[in-house]
Write a protein that binds this ligand. Structure first.
Ligand SMILES: Cc1ncc(COP(=O)(O)O)c(C=O)c1O
Length: 450
């Protein structure tokens, strides 16, 4: 058998050290001209991609556990998605659905309405990015309630435009230098039980992270009838892939209902099948008031959606819109994406995700620098700690691990101060999962020797 026939196209294959010569050239050109605000953790150049595989400019093939930052839900260039895009592109590229009418916009809205848990009618706003979805939610909540203030969580990422940035509670660097943001946003600790801000254990927890809303904020500084909304990720993404306990979600809904405050569920990262269900809120039995979606919704084309119960979307014509929002080509991609998710990929995300998490659960016993391991479906994270007892964060090892994996053909990405996230395309196979974990385990072994 020739060497070529032994090489599997669905697994990594490195032909140069990285970055190779062509990659290095592109990176030099990029460094000279592109915005210095971009953050590149390692020197990956992308020439083309298929399924869960990425090929760089020098012909190195990588296994992608990033999915373009949790975007390429159906894998790269899925033939059914590409066909839908091509067919739509030949028919209509743009006509500003916020001012005129075209059919697939309504098709997608009706489809989203049918998918959102809880049933009943919904209203849908379409835009182009996660931050736009969040901006729309903010404006809509203010408009409807006539209230101004918001509650958000530390560690949350909701975007980088001025409104959504005000809600983001991830890294202060993201706010540095940009002056005053929206006033009236209160951040409180998220339900990270591994690092409980109230010093509680699971057994002693009284959901202090939600009780603080009523017992501290509302009692002392934030009149309930000033609060336009609470924004929360049902699984915290950029903050470290943190899965909260059921009682956090339940208590949050109870306090919100008591004061008639809408909850904005930011599922920009956790939505569209990422967790093995169409929406992460389904894991917690939530019937969402307001749902923000983007990233995976169109397999890589820019699109976002806000799906709300009709009573929240009471704004009038002209109150909010966007020229490009709901682009027909992005919508065609979204409809094809949703069909694939329903047909096979939700199930795949659950089964491959369960396999991965099952194998990773004992990592803290096997590797002394692994702390928390958590996830749902193919949204899986783990923390690197210097010491499992003190839980001191170990960001340097996290960064080193990213590089080690990259050099071995596995693309992973950090999140939170010291976590790694695994968010591969939802077409990720069991073989690819096995290869990925074998490699990461060998990197972890090597790192505990050094
Ligand atoms: C939960 C969440 N909300 C909002 C955003 C912002 O999305 P975008 O980068 O498309 O503006 C992100 C991006 O990572 C996200 O993870």
């Amino acid at each position: 058998m020739s060497q070529a026939t032994l090489v599997r196209l669905d697994l990594p294959h490195m032909v140069t050290s990285v970055p190779g010569p062509k990659a290095a050239q592109l990176i030099a050109r990029d460094n000279a001209i592109m915005s210095p605000s971009y953050t590149r953790g390692y020197p990956l150049t992308v020439a083309h991609a298929q399924g869960s595989m990425i090929e760089d400019l020098d012909g190195n093939r990588f296994l992608d556990c990033n999915a373009g930052i949790a975007v390429c839900a159906t894998g790269h260039c899925h033939p059914k998605v590409v066909a839908a895009i091509q067919e739509q592109a030949a028919r209509l590229l743009h006509y500003s659905g916020t001012d005129f009418y075209y059919e697939n916009m309504v098709d997608l809205a009706e489809k989203l309405q049918s998918l959102v848990p809880g049933g009943g009618p919904r209203r849908v706003y379409l835009g182009n990015s996660g931050t736009e979805a969040v901006e729309a939610c903010l404006k809509m909540a203010r408009y409807h309630t006539g209230r101004e203030r918001f509650i958000a969580f530390f560690g949350a990422f909701h975007g980088r435009t001025m409104g959504s940035l005000s809600l983001t509670g991830s890294k202060s660097l993201q706010k540095k230098g940009f002056g005053s943001l929206l006033s009236g946003v209160s951040h409180i600790p998220y339900a990270n039980c591994y690092r409980c801000s109230y010093g509680k254990q699971v057994e002693t927890c009284n959901v202090e992270c939600v009780k603080v809303i009523e017992e501290q904020l509302i009692r002392h500084i934030l009149p309930a009838d000033d609060i336009a909304g609470i924004i929360v990720e049902p699984v915290q993404g950029e903050g470290g892939y943190v899965v909260p306990p059921q009682k956090f979600i339940d208590e949050l809904q109870t306090v919100a209902a008591k004061y008639k405050i809408p909850i904005i569920w930011d599922e920009v990262q956790s939505g569209m099948g990422r967790t093995g269900k169409m929406f992460a809120v389904e894991h917690f039995g939530v019937n969402p008031d307001i749902l923000a979606l983007a990233k995976g919704i169109a397999s890589g084309l820019p699109l976002c959606a806000v799906v709300t119960k009709p009573e929240w979307m009471t704004w009038t014509p002209g109150a909010h819109a966007s020229t490009f929002g709901g682009n027909p080509v992005a919508i065609a991609s979204s409809l094809a994406t949703i069909e694939l998710l329903e047909q096979e990929l939700l199930e795949n995300a659950t089964s491959v995700g369960d396999y991965m998490l099952g194998r990773m659960r004992d990592w803290p016993q096997r590797f002394r620098h692994v702390g928390r391991v958590q996830g749902l479906g193919l949204m899986i994270g783990f923390e690197l700690v210097r010491d499992q007892k003190t839980r001191e964060r170990y960001p340097e090892l996290r960064d080193r691990l990213e590089l080690m994996a990259f050099e071995r053909g596995i693309l992973i990405l950090g999140c939170g101060p010291n976590s790694i996230r695994l968010c591969p395309p939802l077409v990720f196979t069991r073989d690819q999962a096995e290869f990925c974990l074998d490699t990461l385990e060998s990197c972890l072994e090597q790192s505990q020797e050094s």
